[in-house]
Design a protein. Structure first.
Length: 290
């Protein structure tokens, strides 16, 4: 069944933008629901468009805010904003899961709080606003949704690289070399990668992303936070000071693959991906920052 007008009005109020009901419903329609209802239009084309609009607006904002940063530094800040975990948190702040149109398979596996679905739907909503209202209104929406993330990215430091930071931290404190266990799910055009950081046979961080690089970076950030909490506030200050020094230096930074640790690839043996019912079936292994 279609979403009730009251529900659509509530979502429009949260977005702060009046949007045509028909295109708004499409933006909320996951492929699993479309499959079960005779092939309705899904939100995937709108997601594709919204991803481009989001990337442009965020890139433009960072470019104007940080005139002295290099392309590589700007790319790192953008990655802190435009990633699955961050966008999923934006979706949760809107209670977006309550408005999703999901198939039975996704409903039964917690799809309303699944990071990949929430992030994709945020992009689809941006795409819908762009189609219905144009680039200026879509730009305003993007700023309302992610300006807080853009502000926060600036505090991370232009030299930020979580994999390198974790590697240096564990080496300094004789904790061993981090291992990255990576798995992937979903069809080739829509894979979800899950990474675990393991030290001394213990998992310290699990992150998801649309690429192996993003998943490993998210997992490394969570592991860095967990180890700092475990080992004490004094170590937090030490590593934070190093990040500050990196951001005040020449800004070259270290690429995301500069120090990789040991990577172990573990593709799922059961082959779970998109099922015959069109559902995503990928587990949401992202861990929200404390």
């Amino acid at each position: 069944m279609s979403a009730e007008p009251k529900e659509l009005s509530e979502l429009q109020a949260r977005l702060g933008v009046p949007v045509d009901d028909q295109i708004l419903e499409q933006a909320l329609t996951h492929r699993s629901y479309a499959y079960e209802h005779g092939g309705l239009p899904t939100n995937e084309r709108l997601e594709f468009l919204g991803d481009a609009v989001l990337g442009l607006v965020v890139t433009d904002s960072l470019y104007r805010r940080h005139p002295d940063l290099s392309e590589g530094q700007l790319a790192k800040l953008r990655a802190a904003v435009v990633n699955m975990r961050a966008l999923a948190d934006v979706g949760r702040s809107l209670n977006l899961g309550a408005f999703l149109k999901l198939g039975r398979g996704e409903e039964s596996t917690g799809g309303r709080d699944k990071a990949s679905i929430l992030a994709d739907t945020i992009e689809a909503l941006i795409g819908a606003v762009y189609v219905d209202r144009g680039i200026d209104v879509a730009t305003d929406l993007v700023h309302r949704l992610v300006d807080d993330l853009i502000d926060m990215s600036a505090t991370l430091g232009a030299g930020l690289d979580w994999k390198t930071s974790l590697q240096e931290f564990t080496s300094r404190h004789s904790l061993g070399v981090p291992e990255y266990h990576v798995s992937e799910e979903g069809p080739d055009h829509e894979k979800t990668f899950t990474a675990q950081v393991i030290l001394r046979d213990e998992v310290y961080g699990t992150g998801q992303g649309r690429s192996k690089k993003e998943a490993e970076a998210n997992a490394a950030e969570l592991a860095w936070s967990a180890l700092n909490e475990k080992l004490g506030d004094a170590m937090i200050d030490e590593v934070a000071a190093e990040h500050e020094g990196a951001s005040n230096g020449d800004g070259a930074g270290t690429g995301a693959d500069g120090v990789d640790g040991t990577e172990v690839r573990t593709d799922r043996a059961d082959g779970t991906g998109v099922g015959a019912d069109g559902a995503d079936h990928s587990a949401d292994a992202s861990t929200r920052r404390a």
